[in-house]
Each structure stands twice: as structure tokens, then as C-alpha cells.
Design a protein around this ligand. Structure first.
Ligand code: COA
Ligand code: AMP
Length: 636
């Protein structure tokens, strides 16, 4: 059952150039690459460096030219507005060419950055493709981030243009985006010359004369723009993700490697080909949305579903079943947290099961660890096999997965299965030596990484090197810890840094700490991620006040509000408590990992270097006040 996968692994390892050259034929190139892997600047590798292509051409135009213009490209389903309509490939080509022309009219040329701060509407997909069409580099910022997060991304990317909308729509109602954009533009040091604003009927935004243009009006005078030939190594997009410090990392993705890897992954991993229907219930602001709402399905000529809604409450826990039935979805991708939300509201999945799910072949879960309970429950709710697969914003596509398009592997709950061909996954000890099967260590990927993975961090190649390449020379450090079993199945157990995963959203506790420390009454703070039944993890803040300051309900509300205003509602920061002191080592390092274990009722070691052991007792009481650390755990 694993022969084909193992054979592909061996082929990709022994002859990476032959392997990827073969898959480069999935695309139409203006100039087919002769040099498949350029290792001349190792550990920086480049794929297909002399190839020329256009990603938008491959995702849109070529399907129209092949006579599939009337096939649906996007099924748009928006239960929060009651809207649903389809866009076929010919219509998509027109929309993209026109918007690309409007962007050119605003002076956007190849290599310029364009920030996209948009909700889940068709225009967002059009905007990304329009950038790709003219070689502009898009940077999509998730709508749940607050103004300062948007401002820091604007300062880093320095866009010539921002594309935004008057509002997003959450189950609680419309969320006006324009005031957030205005605040961000005011806070940013970089001056953005032009914004195009999509007015949605739910909220009408006021436009700043001289800077803001109405989306529709801007397109009226524009000509359609053709696809610009690009080098395979030209950047396609920057996507910011949380690092261990407050400032986000701008992951850079190129055109050629990205398109080849995604096209191959659609077939090999997701078993999706031209004419099939694929649905990733994520948000275009995250990497899953980039790769598998927009580029992956369109590159192979499939139909993608763009869903502006939630797994529950829009209007009910049967929503996923309704969409699968309506569009005859073949493969479906979401985060474990979404399935847990459905299980919470509808434990027997009777909502989902009331729909005809016969088109569905498999469910794919990623974004966070998939606990076996969620895997079993999801499989029975949808009546299909569940593929847990492991990847990151940095890699852009799965590192470990069950390749259903190649052969189904035996499922081991809790494991995202085997390394995808092209990746070489190892578990290393501190000295960089591979550990034995079933021994835990740092999960590292042997270089070169396959096509489609990050090429650098925007504007900061040194940080790219320091964050990922320097720890174990010859390897990429994933930041995750875990183990490989005797069959080569990987188990991803935890992060090795201060990144937490809240409802499948990757957030930095370092950033929370930075924000909380701004409060005038706060002397010191530690934020840890604690286990949460629904969201996997949620942040919990432990705050030490300055001398003479007092704890109060109001202070706690101010702290919660501060994180909401500075980071955004997506932070889901609701747990905060005041403590007398934080436990530290004698060298002053805060014992976050120890506190996290206490909160989650896991055995912990009393660190030999602890400065003041009584501090841990105080933390235990504080955690118990918040409903954590229920059973007092003795240090191991
Ligand atoms: N724009 C503005 N606000 C947003 C937003 C957006 N795009 N997305 C989320 N928010 C807000 C929500 O309204 C909510 O605000 P509130 O505190 O006022 O209620 C807050 O951010 C947290 O949102 P969310 O993470 O959606 O939590 P929830 O409790 O409302 O819903 C789930 C829980 C599990 C249903 C939801 O998190 C979910 O669907 N998760 C799946 C995540 C996913 O697909 N991740 C992608 C990786 S594959
Ligand atoms: P992001 O960059 O937001 O996609 O988050 C990537 C991180 O999410 C990984 O480094 C892991 O910590 C976690 N993650 C994603 N998928 C899985 C999975 N299938 N199993 C365990 N952890 C996962």
C-alpha cells in the first residue's frame, strides 16, 4: 500500500531535477525551463530559473483557450449575505484583465507591491490574479487583523496600491474595513498613493479624495491588460506570518516553482483534475486560501468554492453539507477546529448527514494538530476518509500527507502520514543528529526544499537565514517538534517557539506580550497558549503590575481591549490575570513552557535554575482562578 509513495519519494530524492522537470509539463511556459534546480548559491536554491511563464495565464487564460471558458471557475457562496453565484473561466478572464488594466492605469508595474485587505468576495480572487497577470506582487492581509497589524505589513511591503472593501461580514454583522484601513494608513510610515475601494451594499465607506477611488469607477476607463511574461523566479506574492518576535515575517513565493508544486499537489494529494470541484473552507488571507482556494484549483482547471460563512451559525451546523451537496464537491479541506465547532453544535452531525454527500471522496484537515477524536468524528460525519496533512505558510503546500491521488495509505490517527515526495523529513537532536524511530526532536527538512516553498523573507534575507537555515546547516528548521515512527509516519506534537495556533490561526505570543506591555499599569507580562476544546489553543496573559497599581475588572477589560485593537479580534484574547511575580530562571528567562504545562495539567520538571520556586505556586493559583490547572500537578 505504500510502494508507490515510497517509489516517488526515492525518485524525487535521487533525481530531483528529473522529478520536477516531469511535473513542470503540467504548466504552459513561454519559455520552458532548461535549468531545473540552481544550486549555485546554496543554501539558497532556485527552481526553474531560466523558465518564463505567467501564473495568471496558467490559472485562467489557458483554460479559456482550451475551450473550457464556460466551465465554472468559482462557485461563490455567501450565507452571510444570502448571495450565491458562479463565475466561469471566460468571465473570470474578463474580470481579471479589466482590473489588471485599472491597476496599470494607476501606475502599477511589474515588481510593485499591492496590498489586498479584503473579505471573502469574488473581487478578492480577481485582485490576486490581476496582480499575477501584470507581475505585481500581492500581499493579502487577513480581515480579522487590526489597523496596527495592517500598518506594519504596509510598512514592510511598501505597496503602490491598496485594494480594500467597505466591509467584511461576520455572523454578528458587517465589520467596516475602511476605518481600519484609514487608521492603518495614518499609522504607517509608508505613504500609499492610491486605494481602490469596493463598496459593498451593507456598508458604504467614505472615500478620501485624491487617494481613494471607487473600484467600479476605476475600471470604467481601463483597457484589458494582457498577461506579462515573467521569470519563474520573479516573486508572485508576499504573505506575512507570525514569527517569534512581534514583527511578522514576509514569506516570499515565486511564480514557477509555486505553480508547478501546486498543480502537482492538486492531483497527487487532493486527487483533483480539470473539471472536478474543490473546496477549501478557509480564508484567502491565510496560506490555505492562497494555495487552495485560489491558485491550486484554478491552475489545474478545476472549480473552486469561495465560501463567505462559518462552519456553524451561518445559519447552522449543516452548512458544510449544504455546500458540498449544492456544488457536488469532490475534495474538501478545512481545519480541525471547524469540525470541532460542528461537533459541539450538532454532536451526531445530523445536519451534515441530511445532505447528499455522494460526490465527496475525502476530507483534508490541516492548520493545527488533528486529534484522533476529531478525525474519527469527521470521517463518520462526512462518510469519507480523512487526510490529516502537515504544512506551514512557509512551505505553501503539504510536507507530509496521504497522497490519495497516488495511492491511499493506511491512516494512523494523530499522524499526517509520510513525507510528500520532494520533501526529506528528519527528526534531529540538539546536535543535529537524526534520532531513532519514536524519539522526539526538532523536525527539520533536508535542503533543497522542493519547488513552491519560500524563497526568502521579504526585505530581510538575513532573518530568513537566521530563522530557518542556520540552526542545522543543510536543513530547514520547521519550528515544530515531533517524531517519526518505524514506518516513517510523522507525528507533529508541538511548536518549539512562542507561536500558538488559535482556531487554525497562527499567532505570536511575543506580539501579545509586546502589546500588553504598552499598558501604563503593566510592569511585566507573559503570554502562553493554553489548551482549548474548540480552538485547540487560546492565549492566556499573566501580568505583573507596576508598584502601587491595583488589579481591577476595568484593568482586565482594558487589557483585553488593547489586544483586540492592536492585533485584532482574530487573536481571541479573553483570558488575563494579574500575578505578583513571574517564575524565572536565575538568568531571568521567564518559564513559559513550565507554565503552559501547568495550565494543561501536564507533568513538568521544576527547573533546577528557577530563581524563586514560590512563584510557580502563585501561578498555579492564578491559572486555577481562570479555570485551568484544575488538578494541581506535582513537578516530575
Ligand atoms: N474579518 C473581521 N473579523 C473577523 C474575521 C474577518 N475576516 N474573521 C474572524 N473575525 C473575528 C470574529 O468575528 C470574532 O470576533 P468576536 O470576538 O467579536 O466574536 C473573532 O475574530 C474570532 O473569530 P473566529 O476565529 O472565527 O472565532 P469564532 O469563535 O467566531 O468561531 C470557529 C470559531 C471554530 C467557528 C472559527 O474559528 C472557524 O471557522 N475556524 C476555522 C479556521 C480556519 O479555517 N482556518 C484556516 C486554516 S485552514
Ligand atoms: P500556518 O503557517 O499558519 O499554516 O501554521 C503552521 C503550523 O501549524 C505548523 O508549523 C504546525 O505547528 C501547525 N500545523 C499545521 N498543520 C498541522 C498538522 N496537520 N498537524 C500538526 N500541526 C499542524
Amino acid at each position: 500500500m505504500v510502494q508507490l509513495t515510497k517509489a516517488l519519494q526515492t525518485q524525487a530524492q535521487q533525481d530531483p531535477e528529473g522529478f520536477w522537470q516531469q511535473h513542470s509539463h503540467l504548466l504552459d511556459w513561454q519559455q520552458a525551463p532548461q535549468q531545473i534546480l540552481d544550486s549555485s548559491n546554496a543554501p539558497l536554491y532556485r527552481w526553474f530559473s531560466d523558465g518564463r511563464l505567467n501564473t495568471c495565464y496558467n490559472a485562467v487564460d489557458r483554460h479559456v483557450e482550451a475551450g473550457r471558458g464556460s466551465q465554472v471557475a468559482i462557485h461563490y457562496s455567501s450565507p452571510v449575505t444570502g448571495q450565491a453565484y458562479d463565475v466561469n473561466y471566460a468571465e473570470l478572464q474578463q474580470l481579471v484583465a479589466r482590473l489588471a488594466g485599472a491597476m496599470q492605469q494607476q501606475g502599477v508595474v511589474k515588481g510593485d507591491r499591492v496590498v489586498i485587505y479584503m473579505p471573502m468576495v469574488v473581487e478578492t480572487v480577481v485582485a490576486m490574479l490581476a496582480c499575477a497577470r501584470i507581475g505585481a506582487i500581492h500581499s493579502v492581509v487577513f480581515g480579522g487583523f487590526a489597523a496596527p497589524e495592517l500598518a506594519s505589513r504596509i510598512d514592510d511591503a511598501k505597496p503602490k496600491l491598496v485594494l480594500s472593501a467597505s466591509c467584511g461580514i461576520e455572523p454578528s454583522g458587517p465589520v467596516p474595513y475602511k476605518p481600519l484601513l484609514d487608521a492603518a494608513l495614518q499609522q504607517a510610515r509608508h505613504a500609499v498613493p492610491r486605494c481602490l475601494i469596493l463598496q459593498r451594499p451593507q456598508v458604504v465607506a467614505s472615500l478620501t479624495p485624491g487617494r481613494d477611488l471607487d473600484w467600479g469607477e476605476a475600471q470604467q476607463q481601463a483597457a484589458d491588460a494582457p498577461c506579462v511574461p515573467l521569470s519563474a523566479t520573479d516573486p508572485l506574492y508576499i504573505l506575512y506570518t507570525s514569527g517569534t518576535t512581534g514583527s511578522p515575517k514576509g514569506v516570499v513565493r515565486d511564480n514557477g516553482g509555486h505553480a508547478v508544486a501546486l498543480a502537482w499537489s492538486m492531483q497527487a494529494i487532493y486527487n483533483i483534475n480539470a473539471g472536478d470541484v474543490f473546496w477549501a473552507a478557509s480564508d484567502v488571507g491565510w496560506v490555505v486560501g492562497h494555495s487552495y482556494i485560489v491558485y491550486g484549483p484554478l491552475l489545474v482547471g478545476a472549480s473552486t468554492v469561495l465560501y463567505e460563512g462559518k462552519p456553524v451559525g451561518t445559519p447552522d451546523a449543516g452548512a458544510f453539507g449544504r455546500v458540498i451537496e449544492r456544488y457536488k464537491v469532490n475534495s474538501f479541506f478545512t481545519a480541525p477546529t471547524a469540525m470541532r465547532a460542528i461537533k459541539r453544535d450538532d454532536p451526531h452531525a445530523s445536519g451534515i448527514k441530511s445532505y447528499d454527500l455522494s460526490s465527496l471522496k475525502a476530507l483534508y484537515l490541516a492548520g493545527e494538530r488533528c486529534d484522533p477524536d476529531t478525525l474519527y468524528w469527521s470521517s463518520s460525519a462526512l462518510g469519507v476518509p480523512v487526510v490529516d496533512h502537515w504544512w506551514q505558510t512557509e512551505t505553501g503546500w503539504a510536507i507530509c500527507a496521504n497522497l490519495l491521488g497516488v495511492e491511499p495509505l493506511p491512516i494512523k490517527p494523530g499522524s499526517p502520514a509520510l513525507a510528500v515526495p520532494g520533501y526529506q523529513v528528519e527528526v534531529l537532536d540538539e546536535a543535529g543528529v537524526a534520532v531513532a524511530a519514536n524519539q522526539s526532536g526538532a523536525i527539520a527538512l533536508k535542503l533543497p526544499l522542493p519547488p513552491g516553498t519560500l524563497t526568502t523573507l521579504w526585505g530581510d534575507p538575513q532573518r530568513f537565514h537566521d530563522s530557518y537555515l542556520s540552526h542545522y546547516p543543510g536543513y530547514y528548521l520547521s519550528g515544530d517538534a515531533g517524531y517519526l515512527d518505524e514506518d516513517g509516519y510523522l507525528y507533529v506534537m508541538s511548536r518549539m517557539d512562542d507561536i500558538i495556533n488559535v482556531a487554525g490561526h497562527r499567532l505570536s505570543t511575543g506580539r501579545f506580550e509586546e502589546v500588553l506591555a504598552q499598558h501604563p499599569q503593566v510592569a511585566e507580562v507573559a503570554v502562553i497558549g493554553v489548551a482549548d476544546k474548540l480552538k485547540g489553543q487560546v492565549p492566556l496573559g499573566l501580568v505583573v503590575l507596576k508598584k502601587g497599581q491595583r488589579d481591577s475588572e476595568q484593568l482586565q477589560q482594558e487589557l483585553v481591549q488593547l489586544v483586540r485593537t492592536e492585533v485584532g479580534p482574530v487573536a481571541a484574547f479573553k483570558l488575563v490575570t494579574v500575578v505578583e511575580k513571574l517564575p524565572k530562571t536565575r538568568s531571568g528567562k521567564i518559564l513559559r513552557a513550565t507554565m503552559r504545562k501547568m495550565a494543561d495539567n501536564q507533568p513538568y520538571n521544576m527547573p533546577a535554575t528557577i530563581e524563586d520556586p514560590t512563584a510557580l505556586g502563585l501561578i498555579e493559583q492564578a491559572l486555577q482562578r481562570l479555570g485551568y490547572c484544575r488538578n494541581s500537578v506535582e513537578p516530575a
